[in-house]
Write a protein that binds this ligand. Sequence first.
Ligand code: GZL
Length: 320
Amino acid sequence: MGKSFLLGMMSLLVLCGCSPSGADRQADRITVGFSQVGAESEWRTANTASVRAALEAPGFNLKFSDAQQKQENQIKALRSFIAQRVDVIAFSPVVESGWETVLREAKAARIPVVLTDRAVKVSDDSLYATFIGSDFVEEGRKAARWLLQDSEGKPGPMRVVELQGTVGSAPAIDRMKGFHEIIDADPRFRIVRSQSGDFTRAKGKEVMEAFLKAEDGKIDVLFAHNDDMAIGAIQAIEEAGLKPGQDIRIVSIDGVRGAFEAMKAGKLNATVECNPLFGPRLAELVRDVHAGKPVPKRVVVEEGVFVASQAAAELPKRKY
Ligand code: GZL
């Protein structure tokens, strides 16, 4: 091959930025395998946008997988990341249990794991480097505290129904725990129905329709583990000829835009914020873990509570 041809090729490579240093740039980047739960709610959409924005920035090479809310898809994705020898694995575990084996495979491959959003139950917490996410038990307590405060002076019995999140997921288990810890101590409240709506609007509507039929519409309060199920339930309540937010008071969790719109319309009474926008903090943790720097085992995302009277003023400020 002639010298002029080689020179031509080299200049072509340099022109298109595909110079040998391009390979070096690839080597400089941290390759992260991220397995996301799915796209089941407004919260998840906002969380995916935040994670992608942070891990598609310069310095990272993101391999993203959507598990469509199936644990077997997440385990497959994690095994694929291990086979591709990514630098760091990060994932939001759809349910708490069933991760021990694949996390041991990641440890054996010397690939650090960062948990995001939801926790796992494992016998050995050295199987993950750190967990960044909300305190779901506290979120459940905040929902209950709002209900107590909003029920001041009201006599019982108040009949409560509960739309739980995905069965076996950390948010569903812990939000229920926090809510019951407080509400079960007040004899005025009776939780008459509690069932999973899988964090989706469609299922939330379907289960609320069943609750309304089973209780002959005699429901005073709905506690929904996320806003999407609450929004689905609002449709069911209206189709049953009742006024959501008045005939049936509603408190939910996430603080997504749809919840603020429902509060502004007087159909939702309160939402407990669960901030999904932890992408930038996740990127810092991934960098530190990759560099072998010490990281806190638990990073809690701070968040507040919003009531209907604040909705109109807050809506323009909301970032998700
Ligand atoms: C909470 C997250 C939950 C949200 C739901 O951190 O795991 O999953 O509350 C989402 O909206 O589906």
